[in-house]
Design a protein around this ligand. Structure first.
Ligand code: DX5
Ligand code: ZN
Length: 228
C-alpha cells in the first residue's frame, strides 16, 4: 500500500442545518479529516450561502480543521473575517483575485493556511506561479454554485498536471478536488493525483452519513497505487 494518504473533506453545503452539530460529529466519528465550508456571494457564483458566523458555529462543533472555500469576488476583503471565525484554511479563487501573491502572504502571515482554487474552464497556469507558496490547491470539477452537480471528467488532465508540478518541484501543498466527487468518481480523482476529496451530496444526502464517509474513503483508497 502506498504511503499517500487520502483525506476526506465533507462539505456542509448539503448538511441538514437543523442538526448541523450532529451531522458534523457523525462525519468526524466516521473518520473525516476536515470540514469544507462553501462560501458563495451571489456574484462570483449564482448562489448565496454561508458567512463567517457559520464557520464560528462549526468551530464550536469540532476540532477538525475547517477549510473555508471563498467563492466571492472580493476574497481580499473576506479573508480576515473567516480567519477570525476560526478557519484553518482560507481558500480563494485565482480568478477572483487581483494580487494573488499578496493575499497568500496576508493569510499565511496571520498563521492560517492559504489555498488557491481554480474553476474547470481556467488553466492551471493561473495557480502555477504560486504553488510553492500555498498550502492547498483546490481543483474544481464542477462550475461552483450548487452541490449535486455532475463531475466534469475533462478536468482530469489539469489535475494530473498540478500533481506532476507538485512532484517535480517537491512541494508540500495538498491537492484537493471539489465537485461531483463520490464513490463512482473517487477512483479517477485519486488516479490523477487528488489527495483531499471534498464531497457534499455524496456524504450528507446518502442516508447513512458515517457509511458514506467510509465508503468514499474505501473507493478512493482502492485507487491508490499498490492497492489490491
Ligand atoms: C461547488 C462547491 C462544492 C460543492 C460540492 O459549488 O464548491 O464544494 O458544494 O457539492 P457536491 O459534492 O454535491 O458536488
Ligand atoms: Zn467547495
Amino acid at each position: 500500500m502506498s504511503e499517500r494518504r487520502i483525506l476526506i473533506a465533507p462539505s456542509i453545503l448539503s448538511a441538514d442545518f437543523t442538526k448541523l452539530g450532529d451531522e458534523i460529529r457523525a462525519v468526524e466519528d466516521a473518520g473525516a479529516d476536515m470540514i469544507h465550508v462553501d462560501v458563495m456571494d451571489g456574484h462570483f457564483v449564482p448562489n448565496i450561502t454561508m458567512g463567517p458566523f457559520i464557520v464560528e458555529a462549526v468551530r464550536r462543533a469540532t476540532d477538525l480543521p475547517i477549510d473555508a472555500h471563498l467563492m466571492v469576488t472580493n476574497p481580499d476583503e473576506f479573508a480576515d473575517p473567516f480567519i477570525e471565525a476560526g478557519a484553518d484554511y482560507v481558500v480563494f479563487h485565482a480568478e477572483a483575485c487581483y494580487d494573488v501573491a499578496e493575499l497568500i502572504r496576508h493569510i499565511r502571515g496571520r498563521g492560517v493556511k492559504a489555498g488557491l482554487a481554480v474553476n474547470p474552464p481556467s488553466s492551471a497556469d493561473l495557480i502555477e506561479p504560486h504553488l510553492a507558496n500555498i498550502d492547498l490547491a483546490l481543483v474544481m470539477t464542477v462550475n461552483p454554485g450548487h452541490s449535486g452537480q455532475s463531475f466534469i471528467a475533462d478536468v482530469m488532465p489539469k489535475l494530473a498536471h498540478v500533481a506532476e508540478l507538485k512532484a517535480e518541484r517537491d512541494l508540500g501543498f495538498l491537492i484537493a478536488v471539489d465537485g461531483g466527487v463520490g464513490p463512482k468518481t473517487a477512483g479517477t480523482v485519486v488516479a490523477n493525483g487528488g489527495e483531499a476529496l471534498v464531497a457534499a451530496s455524496a456524504i450528507f444526502r446518502a442516508g447513512d452519513i458515517g457509511e458514506a464517509v467510509r465508503g468514499l474513503r474505501g473507493a478512493a483508497e482502492s485507487a491508490l497505487p499498490g492497492a489490491a
